[in-house]
Design a protein around this ligand. Structure first.
Ligand code: HEM
Length: 445
């Protein structure tokens, strides 16, 4: 009798617990993972239609993740940054082999704050404004090498520009031999280190994989050693000198040791290079399909700034910003258990009608009034808000202007490019195919 009573009671408790958890697909975690890899972002839109503004997705090998799709719920998640929401822990498994153990991306708590305090000052708007002319010069130099009259993938060309910006303005490296060596090594390091075979390799298999030279992990280690040799050498050499307006120069006097500085330099590369290039690719993908927008550029500065912000709203590059919860979180009428992930699904938050009037319309004017919209979160939010946001926005404005002054771009196919999952980003499926023609005469600023 007692045992019957107990099991009925258990079922009730477990049903009650279930009802405290946001709904979501019932398929096995492995199937949900496969669907995510094959069909995101469409899968999230389908979950949103079916389950509403908060839903649970399960990935094989990870704690469940609760996604929210309104600005108000997203703010509540970001508030956990004050008391136990861990953004670092949510990224560690995928990134630590690349960025090391002392990275602002993967740290939490006191040690995160110690690093964040040193990175904030050199990346503030006022400081990065000093890079304007150098960014323009780097862009002009690269644009001059673009092919004319035949289609090419703009995202790859943008990556060459943003990589050069990191090498010269963040790492502060100008020696031509080292610059060209890094140009070859860094994309290979990111590609190999970001591949599934390396990023998802379980810890216990890393030792054996490292001993077999043909494995992707062994290749990754060789690339990392080659890059580290250059970076450590540069850090030691620069310690003997003073100043420098590049980010490395500004980190040298902050009390971080050589290993910590190396980890932060790689962090800025990993977080800042592909993201900004993809933002630029989306900017052109959108603008080339809207002649009325292109017409007002590049001369109208406030409008250019508003276009960049609207592009990042309608095509956010990073789709999520999860926190690993240190304690249970009450959210949208549910209770999310400690040890689960919670975070905004940014593309849908950006379509929240409570935050943006007519969210389906491309309307840069909504950013012209100058006031910040709390629903706009291409750079995340809370205390973990992207430290490089001001540099990214400056790069986008300056590079768009440099391109438009020199070239006339057209899209060979007017159909919009679909969104394709690439690591933590959503990129244009065809990497923004364009055809360039010289603008004669080139416009001057
Ligand atoms: C369009 C370009 C960029 C986009 C869309 C972007 C987006 C983001 C997002 C969504 C986050 C997570 C924020 C959160 O968890 O709330 C983030 C974090 C971060 N980003 Fe960016 N980012 C961009 C460019 C850059 C650049 C240029 C840099 C530096 C050179 C950079 C460095 C970082 C770092 C270090 C973090 C971790 C901050 C922390 O955890 O304290 N990002 N970024």
């Amino acid at each position: 009798m007692v045992s019957v009573y107990t099991s009925v009671y258990d079922v009730r408790i477990s049903t009650w617990r279930q009802s405290m958890i946001p709904p979501g697909p019932k398929l096995p975690a492995l199937v949900q993972t496969a669907r995510f890899m094959a069909a995101a972002p469409g899968a999230f839109e389908a979950y949103h239609r079916r389950y509403g503004p908060i839903f649970t997705v399960r990935y094989a090998g990870f704690p469940p993740e609760v996604y929210v799709t309104t600005a108000e719920l997203a703010e509540q998640v970001y508030r956990t940054d004050q008391d136990g929401g861990q953004a670092g822990a949510a990224r560690r498994d995928f990134l630590q082999h690349l960025v090391g153990a002392h990275s602002v991306l993967t740290l939490d708590g006191e040690s995160w704050w110690r690093h964040r305090k040193t990175l904030n000052p050199p990346l503030r708007a006022k400081q990065v404004a000093g890079y304007h002319d150098e960014i323009a010069a780097i862009a002009a130099e690269k644009i001059a090498t673009w092919p004319l009259g035949r289609p090419f993938a703009l995202r790859d060309r943008m990556q060459e520009i943003t990589l050069e910006i990191i090498i010269r303005l963040v790492f502060g490296i100008s020696d031509t031999g080292r610059v060209s060596r890094l140009r070859a090594l860094l994309p290979a390091l990111i590609r190999t280190g970001g591949s599934m075979q390396v990023a998802m390799l379980p810890d216990r298999l890393r030792g054996p994989a490292a001993r077999v030279p043909i494995t992707p992990y062994a290749k990754f280690l060789r690339l990392r050693t080659a890059v580290d040799t250059i970076l450590f050498d540069e850090i030691r050499r620069r310690r003997g000198t003073t100043g420098g307006t590049d980010v490395l120069g500004r980190l040298l006097g902050t009390g971080l040791d050589d290993q910590e500085i190396r980890d932060e330099l790689i962090t800025l590369l990993i977080a800042g290079h592909e993201t900004t290039a993809t933002g630029l690719a989306w900017a052109f993908e959108r603008m080339l399909r809207m002649p009325e927008v292109l017409e007002r550029l590049p001369d109208d500065d406030p409008y250019l700034d508003a276009v960049v912000k609207e592009v990042l709203r309608v095509r956010p590059v990073v789709y999520e910003a999860p926190r690993l919860l240190g304690s249970p979180l009450r959210l949208g009428g549910y209770e999310i258990p400690a040890g689960w992930y919670a975070g905004p699904y940014i593309p849908l938050v950006h379509r929240d009608p409570a935050a943006f009037a007519e969210p389906g319309e491309f309307r840069p004017e909504r950013f012209l009034a100058g006031h910040q919209n709390r629903g706009w979160m291409p750079f995340g939010g809370g205390r973990r808000f992207c430290v490089g946001a001001q540099l990214a926005l400056l790069e986008m404005r300056v590079i768009i202007r440099e391109v438009l002054c020199r070239l006339e771009l057209t899209a060979p196919d007017q159909a919009p490019e679909a969104r394709r999952l690439a690591n933590v980003t959503l990129a244009p499926a065809r990497l923004t195919r364009v055809i360039a023609r010289a603008r004669t005469p080139a416009r001057t600023e």
